[in-house]
Design a protein around this ligand. Structure first.
Ligand SMILES: Cc1cc2nc3c(=O)[nH]c(=O)nc-3n(C[C@H](O)[C@H](O)[C@H](O)COP(=O)(O)O)c2cc1C
Length: 475
């Protein structure tokens, strides 16, 4: 059964040795981030920083490893992809309740003091403390459809936040629609500390008219419980640890940034919208959350990877049903570099898949298509395929003038977000259509193409897997 809330997930992490308490004083200014990076570097536990200078415990690193992702999905390595695909293929509508834990404490208007929250600074040149694990719940102003997505929020002062919403993400699109119809403000909520399936729903790639709470319900296998906000017309997860209801004033901006981002580079400071909190609600004994971002891999990347891969796979298979697996590796920020394994059904299909992938909201800068015998998660195998199955003059595609990848630091960052364009590289590293592969024994797995125009013989040592080699038994 799904985790009911953040605390049940923390309990499970603790039970599995994946969560520890640190009770000595730890500074929010960089030390929390250092501790989180160090723990992640040794596949270590998530950490509750109990003595962080505020009244709230701060927990960081809950998404910082594949092992923790598998606990969140209540699955294992062999089953997790299918588990997500099954979850994505059903939708379960949320239910609205009235007596919500997140309303155990309600602070309104001028009484809100954001500086009482344990919000760390992650990289030395960050413009200020940043809420990085927050999920924005916003509604399409025209259709009312709710969206969930992670967005960074900088604490400007006790009553002011600023944020960065890419124009091609739904929170950004929802605000653009409000501006276009002449609204002066936009109201939404920032949610912190949720059942992990809600967190893993944030990055899922779905069409804009999708109710993300229904997607989360499908992934959980049961309805998400929501409660009406106190100051705005919106429903938020009832079991969240914290909710900040806020209003964006389209007339005012403030300097936001820099922030050490998921690309491994700082995004420069620039003028961005102001968000003014209208309510801060939280559970008794609420856990605040920290989420490390910066040079990959971090928990930002782990949070995105399975969700992006599964939803991208599902989307691409609608048009290319012989796609078997995809990889969107952490080294490419879980966006810029995509590998697809497919069995092309006719000449040119791999190139069509490359162009389709470039057109998705993942916005990859490099797309490589390989045959299904290649393990897409193994970069050495992918490099092998690119090296020996492709001919650059024949198999490379370059497309210019595409929407730039999110926060691509190689593009002039003084250009407004909605005007940035970039180029993308595609490599068709599948055997030319119709190639017959001769494989001796089990050397390189099954043959990958059937129709027999060219002939390729794989040079590996047949039978090596079954070779009796007792000296290696305990390795
Ligand atoms: C931890 C984290 C922080 C993120 N921060 C931002 C952000 O500040 N701005 C943004 O536009 N996208 C950000 N993203 C990416 C979007 O949340 C993500 O692409 C998501 O799929 C967008 O979903 P939506 O279009 O449904 O809102 C972040 C992702 C993660 C995992």
């Amino acid at each position: 059964m799904a985790f009911q809330d953040f605390r049940e997930f923390l309990d499970e992490l603790r039970a599995q040795g994946e969560l520890i308490d640190v009770d000595r004083p730890v500074a929010l200014e960089l030390d929390v981030a250092k501790a989180m990076r160090k723990s992640a570097s040794v596949a270590g536990p998530a950490v509750v920083f109990t003595d962080n200078g505020t009244e709230f415990p701060l927990v960081g690193g809950v998404y910082n490893s594949r092992a923790k992702a598998l606990i969140a999905y209540e699955s294992d390595e062999a089953g997790v992809m299918q588990r997500i695909l099954d979850g994505l293929s059903r939708r379960i509508a949320p239910v609205v309740i009235t007596d919500a834990p997140v309303h155990e404490n309600v602070v309104l208007g001028d009484d809100i003091d954001l500086t009482t929250l344990p919000v760390p600074r992650y990289s030395p040149d960050d413009g200020g403390p940043y809420i990085t694990p927050g999920i924005v719940v916003s509604r399409d102003p025209l259709t009312g459809v709710p969206d969930l997505g992670h967005y960074r929020f900088e604490i400007i002062d006790a009553h002011t936040l600023s944020f960065m919403a890419q124009p091609f993400h739904r929170f950004g699109k929802n605000m653009a629609k409000a501006v276009a119809r002449g609204d002066k403000t936009f109201r939404a909520a920032l949610v912190i500390g949720v059942d992990p399936m809600l967190a893993y729903t944030g990055p899922i790639q779905v069409p804009d008219d999708t109710d993300d709470f229904e997607v989360a319900g499908g992934l959980r296998g049961s309805a998400v419980e929501l409660v009406k906000c106190r100051t705005i017309d919106l429903e938020v997860p009832a079991h969240a640890e914290f909710v900040i209801e806020f209003e964006v004033d389209f007339g005012t901006t403030v300097m936001e940034g820099p922030l050490g981002e998921y690309t491994g580079y700082y995004t420069p400071a620039s003028m961005k919208p102001i968000a003014r909190p209208t309510a801060l609600t939280h559970r008794n004994g609420a856990y605040f959350q920290a989420l490390l971002t910066g040079v990959p891999p971090t928990e930002n990347h782990t949070l995105k990877q399975l969700a992006f891969e599964a939803s991208f796979l599902q989307m691409m298979r609608l048009q290319f049903p012989t796609i078997e697996r995809v990889a969107i590796p952490q080294s490419g920020g879980v966006s810029f570099y995509v590998v697809i394994a497919m069995r092309p059904r006719y000449a040119g299909e791999a190139r069509a898949a490359i162009l389709a992938a470039m057109g998705t909201n993942v916005r990859p800068k490099t797309v490589i298509v390989v045959d299904p015998d290649i393990d897409v998660q193994d970069s050495e195998q992918v490099e092998w395929a690119v090296s020996f199955r492709s001919q650059p003059a024949r198999d490379v595609i370059l497309v210019d003038g595409l929407g730039a990848g999110p926060l691509d630091p190689s593009i002039d960052e003084s250009i407004p977000l909605d005007r940035r364009t970039g180029s993308a590289l595609g490599i068709d590293a599948t055997y030319p259509y119709g190639t017959v592969i001769k494989v001796a024994g089990d050397a390189c797995g099954p043959s990958v193409a059937e129709h027999g125009l060219e002939f390729v013989e794989v040079a590996d040592v047949p039978g090596w897997r079954d070779y009796d080699f007792p000296e290696l038994d305990d390795r």
